[in-house]
Design a protein around this ligand. Sequence first.
Ligand SMILES: [Zn+2]
Ligand SMILES: [Zn+2]
Length: 66
Amino acid sequence: MTPKEGPMRCPRCSSVTWGDLKYCLDCGQYLYIECEECGASWRYFYEYAYCPGCGTRVTKAKAKST
Ligand SMILES: [Zn+2]
Ligand SMILES: [Zn+2]
């Protein structure tokens, strides 16, 4: 069973990604969101409003242009 749609997709190019990937294989998009305060990181699709590590308000991941 392979779902065509799901959360494990690159936010930039929609290529399928999976658990161990840190970067999209097709476009290089970083697939984690990082807290600027404590350095905690989590998968982009969780879209936490607050850091699970320190409670700082999280800003949306910025897509790197290269
Ligand atoms: Zn991509
Ligand atoms: Zn934090």
